[in-house]
Design a protein around this ligand. Sequence first.
Ligand SMILES: [Zn+2]
Length: 107
Amino acid sequence: MLHIYCPHCAEYREEEEFRPKGEAHIARQVAPESTSDEEWGDYLFFRKNPRGLHHEQWYHAAGCRKFFNVTRNTVSYEILETYKVGHKPSVTQQASAGRSSSKGAAK
Ligand SMILES: [Zn+2]
């Protein structure tokens, strides 16, 4: 069982309390009436499905009932960080590349 850190409750809770809600950091269209059908379709329906680091939105359904973001490795299921919506992730693809090479060097 995973224990996920909720940045609002400031404590680790069991994964059954949480619900994944898909990709994070999707910017709402500023002017939908002047957006092409293709751009609108991309905004509504198409999401990244990366192998590796992924920024996701999660919901603490059986807790504080607030949304927050998770940076997760989709290969290992490791959760690298959680942070409040509106904040930027500290773990990014570039930072992770540096991290994994330093981990590799330690082995
Ligand atoms: Zn919470």
